[in-house]
Design a binder for this molecule. Sequence first.
Ligand code: UDX
Length: 449
Amino acid sequence: MRLSVIGCGYVGLVTGACLAEAGHEVVCTDIDRERIAKLNAGGVPIYEHHLDQILASAHQAGKISYTADAGEAIRAGDAIFICVGTPPKDSGEADLSAIDNVARQIAAEAKSAKLVVEKSTVPARTGLELSRALAAYSKKSNVKFRVASNPEFLREGTAVADFFHPDRIVVGVEDPSSAAELREIYRPILERSFRCPVHNGTCPPGRKAEFLVTTINSAELIKHASNSFLALKISYANVIADLCEKIGANVEEVTHAMGLDARIGGQFLKAGLGYGGFCFPKDVQAFIHLSASVGVDFDILKATERVNKQRIDRFFEKIRQALWVVKGKRVAVLGLAFKANTDDIRFAPALEVVKRLLEEGAVVHATDPEGMPRSKALFPQVHYHDDAYRALQDADAALVCTEWDVFRKLDWDRAGKLMARKLVIDGRNLYMPQGMREKGFEYYSFGRD
Ligand code: UDX
């Protein structure tokens, strides 16, 4: 099928690339002309596992193209995926101005009927507004539009694998023909009839994705309800960690046993510095805001958010307890990205840690396999190192902020010889406390003795 993708950020680029890899003809557009120029020159503006490889193969097969001309992209596709940003306003409410702009552009530029699919995360009822805007601005052309919601559940770092092997594909529609069209778009994924780029061509046997057809409002709600629940689970584990510290229990023993109950499940129970990124923090806020706007007080989500913000305070309590005075201390920050395997630093807990360290007068040395270029622009006063051991040289403390594998595998005997003081404060519970102490380190983590 011929598809258009508007917005070449994480969601749009992964969606466009994967749909092209699955056999469709995809035209992508973005208001950022530099981004389009880079893509046209064969570059990949974001770091995402497998993305460069599938963009290259789709490009070679002539399945994907990029244009800065939104009209051209809009006219090219039978279905148009809207993948633009919906950042939070100061109030927490989602800013939908980019969706509104795209709606007016589609209405003005389309010459034939289109299925307009919202993939950006939006509050419930956005689809209704999108429908109204498309109808209002296409009065002259009299082109007909159908609207659908198709929320993405992609995790950064594993987005390509998640796209090809989803648990479920949710489509919120207003008529059966839209559901049929979306089922056809996703048929290669549902039938696993694509050349799997994440498993050298062949998908391993496993559960096939469920294709769920719902109303548009339900689909929009499913996305916010899912992400908020995962955030709630993380905050729950973090409070259990605080409790473990007071009581003298081990959070990993507790959450492991909890997770074995199939009703609870073991994922998203990892305690530490809390959640970040461009999804959970803003989605939780937007969901609280949406609930309040219809008179529903989503108190547990407010607590989820509060607990998450307090993780940084809890981390600093540990830092102060260990270091006493922070001012003038040389501190090595291991990890800047909001989680491992991504270069994304948006709403990263690590950045909040860096900001506070600088405010308190620490000398900050930092390293991250992918997150440094973006951090440099925000915190030029930090000393950046490609090599973790360089960052640890003469450090009074090492602060682990992101769970990168390279940090998990660090040789702490070697690092200990380089550091001014053998002190590790681990915000991601990467190491065994006893093992670190046997190596002669003062070691602090979350919810473990
Ligand atoms: C999330 C959702 O998982 C995905 O479905 C949605 O489409 C986008 O938002 P993402 O933001 O890429 O994906 O990251 P995810 O892997 O879900 O982690 C979110 C945050 O929670 C990270 O900061 C991570 O470090 C933190 N986290 C995760 C924990 O603190 N503990 C956990 O147990 C799991």
